[in-house]
Structure formats: C-alpha cells, structure tokens
Design a protein around this ligand. Structure first.
Ligand code: PNS
Length: 160
C-alpha cells in the first residue's frame, strides 16, 4: 500500500488543492494531507480549522486522510510510512520555490517529491489570493468549497 504526503499551509484549502489531492489519490493508495502549523507565516485560520476544512473538502473521496504537523516534514513522512511527498505545480514560479524544498527533503531523508500538474482552469488560485480577494469584499465561491468560504468570511469578520 503506497502512501504519499501532500503538505502545505492550506490557509485555506482551495479547489486547486483538492484537485491535486484527488489526482494523487488516482496514483497512490493513500494520500495524507499534512496541514503544517508553519511558524514562518501568521495564518488567517487556526490549524484545527484548516484541518477540519480540509477533511470536509475531500470527504467525498476514499483514501485521503488529513492530519496536522508541527515538525519536520520528513519526520512526518517517515511516521506515515510515505513513499513520497506530493506537490502541485501551477507554473514555473512554483517550481522555483519547490525545487530547493524537494532537494532538502531528499537530502535529509531520501524521500522523493512527485510534482503533479493541476487543472489549468484552477492555476490562478492561491490561498494568499483567496484571503486577499475575500478581505477586499470579493466573491471567493468559485475557488473554494462552501464550508471554506464561510470559515474565511467568519475569520475576517473576527479580524476586524
Ligand atoms: O503551503 P506552503 O506554505 O507553501 O507549504 C510549505 C510547507 C508547509 C510544505 C513547508 O514549509 C514545510 O514543509 N514545512 C514543514 C517544516 C519543514 O520540514 N521544513 C523544511 C522544508 S525543506
């Protein structure tokens, strides 16, 4: 049984992330979405909320689990028995960011990173843009599941 880990901040999870998770599940037996606490960014959503929203977003697909992680990704991968890390690439800029992380993770533990190309119709979607559009009153319903839209709007209301 081949498990892969799909890590990220997921602040919030988007339809682009869901697309990658489902594509990964078509290739591997089990996909674990790893929601990172990520100390370098101040998240809009608490990690527990991000985990809950990720659960809801993939609940229609068997074999996709969700967990949070606060440590090194390679340690989480080992604990999960993962054969690889999965990341989605929207374009060259993503590759430039992901390449050093893939090399570092392989250098640390030998784990490989598998890059998947998502649906081109979703390639403009990024969590940072979703937060920004919502913060400025824009409609995010085309880019995130309904539960995510509700949670983002609630979090922004609390921020103000
Ligand atoms: O969605 P993001 O914020 O681009 O995801 C980045 C993430 C969470 C995948 C990366 O920061 C990470 O792997 N964090 C866990 C800590 C770790 O292992 N850092 C070294 C990565 S080479």
């Amino acid at each position: 049984m081949a498990t892969v880990v799909f890590p990220g901040s997921f602040d919030p999870i988007t339809l682009g992330h869901v697309d990658i998770a489902v594509r990964a599940r078509q290739l591997f037996d089990r996909v674990v979405i790893a929601v990172a606490h990520n100390s370098t960014k101040a998240p809009l959503l608490d990690v527990d909320v991000r985990v809950r929203l990720a659960h809801l977003a993939v609940s229609h697909v068997d074999g996709i689990d969700v967990a949070s992680t606060d440590g090194l990704l390679v340690d989480f991968c080992e604990a999960q028995g993962a054969v690889a890390i999965v990341k989605g690439l929207r374009g060259g800029a993503d590759y430039d960011v992901e390449r050093p992380m893939a090399l570092m993770n392989r250098s640390l533990s030998g784990v490989e990173t598998v890059f998947l190309t998502g649906d081109s119709a979703l390639s403009h979607i990024a969590s940072s843009l979703i937060r920004d559009v919502a913060r400025h009153g824009g409609d995010i319903s085309d880019y995130v599941p309904p539960d995510v839209e509700t949670a983002v709007l609630e979090a922004l209301r609390r921020e103000n």
